[in-house]
Design a protein around this ligand. Structure first.
Ligand code: ADP
Ligand code: MG
Length: 241
């Protein structure tokens, strides 16, 4: 579904990504993990058209989409949920969701999508008239994910969905992500929370200083010595708890 080859991108003269290669198959959940500053958000920005790649190929279902603008990519179903939630704080939950269906692609499906996201997150239906800015962090993250779904994605890319949430909320958000995966939406999960991301992901890539340094199935990476030591803080045989 998505093929990325030798992708370079950055900000002005500062190159951040140095030749990223990755692939996402239809229906897969793929995690991109790595430390703060590794270039994960920059990668999502380049894939979602917020910044233009300086080199390399991005193909969506065989079509070259590198350098296309965000609105064109949203029409093709490449949807990113940015880090930090970014709701409209003075708009109701319902309005926040409705305006996420601005694309031609999404508009015809808005009622159906709203039913689906309210089923996934019942609390959002209860709070549908409440202003976005008055929700808890976890609820705001639910709205942010729901906004992504309302856009009717082929690929939904989520940037740090668990950052800053209490553990109980992290589990709840991840339950929702599993449910989304089970409906067949192709997912790209960018996470510093390596343990959570690897537990959901079919496959994962580890990014360090703008390069992919390791890849494999979620399970392979969870068992990898280097991943355990650097990202999970565990010894070779220690169990997570
Ligand atoms: N808007 C920006 N302008 C300039 N440099 C940036 C910008 N955003 C991020 N960077 C730099 O790019 C590098 C990668 O950042 P980022 O992609 O946000 O990493 P991650 O998401 O993995 O934490 C960092 O060195 C960061 O300082
Ligand atoms: Mg980031």
């Amino acid at each position: 579904m998505l093929e990325v080859e030798n992708l370079h991108a950055g900000y002005g003269d500062a190159e951040v990504l140095f030749g990223i290669d990755l692939k996402v198959e239809k229906g897969e959940a793929v995690a991109i993990v790595g430390s703060n500053g590794a270039g994960k958000t920059t990668l999502l920005r380049a894939l979602s058209g917020i910044i233009a790649p300086t080199q390399g190929n991005v193909r969506l279902l065989g079509e070259d989409v590198a350098g296309m603008h965000t609105h064109a990519l949203v029409e093709k179903g490449i949807v990113m949920v940015p880090e930090g939630r970014r709701l409209f704080p003075r708009m109701s939950v319902r309005r926040n969701l409705e305006i996420a269906a601005y694309s031609k692609r999404a508009r015809p499906h808005i009622e159906q999508r709203l039913r689906e996201v309210y089923e996934l997150f019942p609390i959002l239906q209860e709070r549908s008239d409440q202003l976005g800015g008055t929700l808890s962090g976890g609820q705001q993250q639910m709205v942010a994910i729901a906004r992504g779904l309302v856009a009717t994605p082929q690929i939904l890319m989520l940037d740090e969905v668990s950052l800053g949430l209490a553990p109980v909320m992290v589990s709840r958000v991840y339950d929702a992500i599993r449910a989304i995966r089970d409906t067949g939406v192709t997912l790209v999960l960018v996470e510093q929370n390596v343990s959570q991301a690897l537990s959901v992901a079919d496959r994962a890539y580890v990014v360090q200083q703008g390069k992919v340094v390791l890849s494999g199935t979620g399970k392979e990476l969870k068992d990898n010595k280097e991943v355990r030591r650097v990202y999970l803080g565990l010894g070779p045989s220690e169990e997570e708890n």
